[in-house]
Design a protein around this ligand. Structure first.
Ligand code: HEC
Length: 175
């Protein structure tokens, strides 16, 4: 095989990989709502506050398209129903964000987290949840992987987000 042919082959394989990756991404749990019943819900899905105050994040193994308008919130990784799961990403290739349903966050976590590494700390309260969201530190004092972004948002926005996280996911995405 000549060098040129080899280079063309590598090029084609790379192109095919990128295309397959993009197809996966387009199927990837992408049916976020267009209207929101609370500011917390809006932040969860879009990473934007209704008040227009700034919400930014650092870290996060970003997914192609994650920074577009409708894909910048928590739902991108933790899922529309906060079920967690599996997300394709740019650098680690994939990450497994844990569920962040009210049961997973505010009750005894061991059972729910038997499939991931998050059963080793007690349940969250508002303060420890703020610490996890803002600084990536869990209730056991462990640093969360940088795949979980560190978020900067106002006190009222984080309060709204936490009251949304305390509410049950509605089932509008179950179909
Ligand atoms: C880019 C993907 C991504 C986004 C976006 C994201 N997370 Fe995470 N999150 C993760 C990953 C991955 C972990 C697990 C980190 C680890 O294993 O240490 C995590 C962990 C957490 C935890 C800790 C759960 C536990 O059991 O200790 C909380 C709480 C959390 N995320 C809340 C949020 C909230 C709220 C938002 C939106 C403001 C958000 N996350 C956005 C990827 C993400």
């Amino acid at each position: 095989m000549t060098v040129t042919r080899f280079i063309v082959l590598v090029g084609l394989v790379t192109l095919a990989t990128v295309i397959v990756f993009q197809i996966f991404i387009s199927f990837d749990r992408y049916n976020a709502p267009k209207t929101f019943s609370s500011n917390g819900e809006r932040i969860y899905f879009t990473g934007k506050s209704i008040s227009g105050s700034s919400i930014t994040s650092t870290g996060g193994d970003s997914h192609m398209g994650m920074h577009s308008d409708t894909r910048s919130g928590c739902a991108r990784c933790h899922g529309n129903n906060r079920e967690g799961g599996f997300v394709l990403t740019m650098f680690n290739f994939s990450v497994v964000p844990p569920p962040i349903t009210p049961e997973a966050l505010f009750r005894d976590q061991a059972d729910i987290h038997s499939q991931d590494e998050h059963g080793d700390h007690g349940s969250y309260d508002d303060e420890s949840l703020k610490l996890a969201i803002r600084q990536g530190i869990d209730p056991a004092g462990k640093r969360l992987d940088m795949a979980m972004p560190r978020w900067t948002m106002s006190d009222s926005d984080i309060d709204d987000l936490i009251s949304y996280l305390r509410s049950q996911p509605n089932d509008k995405f179950d179909e």
